[in-house]
Unconditional design. Structure first.
Length: 319
């Protein structure tokens, strides 16, 4: 029996890369035509260039192409979630439009799932050629830290590119939180995953939308969404400084009673100590604020995304 494979492709200002992407995946789909049918689900994340016009053209050329266009930029996480909600396939893959996720890997990923031993085939880069060294260093540190302080299983070099069974996709969709960190969610839901290594591939066209600052903010989301360790650290710092303050008070009292001395001795060190403790308090408040802000956004219950346009039928659409 033929399987239906849904490809979820988030797009943000990808008008230059898309003309290269569709022929590549169409070629792979043709090679797999005897084993699987394909659905190409593009999610336009509020692009400001001609991405939507390119997707309209694709839909006219190929009936397998469906697109969802957001009213504004809601972020890649919202785009992936929209794709998962609306994908109809027995197997669902998520991949970037810039061809850094090679479509040529799909047949191998499909065979691994058909074998029945795995529920997901995920990809990981074994090299970071072409990436700035400082960026690579912080990326490796992120994976090491988050795997130590959280219960999310994230492999170093993991990409969002993966092929999943419907049961796993349904579990991901059921996690309807607004503050999403998909790399953590993929690991948290469990299921048997095979990690497929591959060499890093450069973008086929266009510019990356992920600056160092955006990646840093995304990593903070990962820590906050999947670990309470930062809160625990803030609590233990509070306990530590409370104990230290008692010891300092005892030291000052004993020294005054036993040795006397000027009351203004050590004012410079005292100012430095007060400034340091004040800084630590602000850091701890910032950590608490991060968790509080996430809670605030969840409680408001705003939609993950707002659709402006789609060629999918309303009967099949999940908003």
């Amino acid at each position: 029996m033929k399987r239906l494979i849904s490809l979820v492709i988030p797009c943000y200002n990808e008008q230059e890369a898309l003309p290269y992407f569709l022929p590549e995946v169409s070629k792979v789909a043709a090679d797999m035509a005897d084993r699987a049918d394909f659905e190409f689900l593009f999610v336009d994340d509020g692009s400001s260039d001609g991405t939507l016009q390119v997707l309209r053209s694709f839909a006219q050329q190929d009936e397998r192409v469906k697109y969802l266009s957001f009213s504004r930029n809601f972020g890649k996480e919202a785009a992936m979630y929209a794709g998962f909600c609306n994908a109809k396939g027995d197997y669902v893959a998520v991949m970037d439009a810039d061809l850094q996720d090679p479509p040529a890997l799909l047949p191998q990923m499909f065979e691994l799932l058909e074998g029945g031993d795995y529920d997901s085939v995920a990809t990981r880069r074994v090299t970071r050629s072409g990436e700035p060294k400082i960026r690579s260093f912080f990326a490796r540190m992120f994976y090491k830290i988050i795997n130590r302080i959280s219960d999310a299983d994230i492999v170093d070099g993991a990409r969002d590119f993966r092929l999943m069974r419907r049961s796993m996709v349904d579990a991901i969709v059921a996690m309807s939180e607004r503050n999403r960190f998909s790399k953590g969610i993929f690991g948290w839901v469990g299921f048997r995953t095979y990690w497929l290594p591959y060499e890093n591939v450069e973008r086929v066209a266009g510019q990356t939308k992920w600056s160092f600052w955006k990646l840093f903010r995304y990593s903070i989301d990962g820590f906050v969404n999947f670990s309470q360790t930062p809160l625990n650290i803030a609590s233990w710092i509070g306990v530590l400084f409370s104990v230290l303050s008692v010891l300092v008070v005892l030291f000052i009292v004993i020294r005054k009673l036993c040795f006397g001395g000027s009351s203004v001795d050590g004012w410079a060190s005292l100012v430095c100590l007060i400034t340091f403790i004040g800084g630590v308090q602000m850091v701890c408040l910032g950590i608490i604020g991060q968790y509080l802000s996430k809670t605030y956004l969840e409680v408001k219950g705003r939609p993950h995304y707002i659709l402006r346009e789609t060629n999918a039928s309303d009967a099949d659409l999940v908003r």
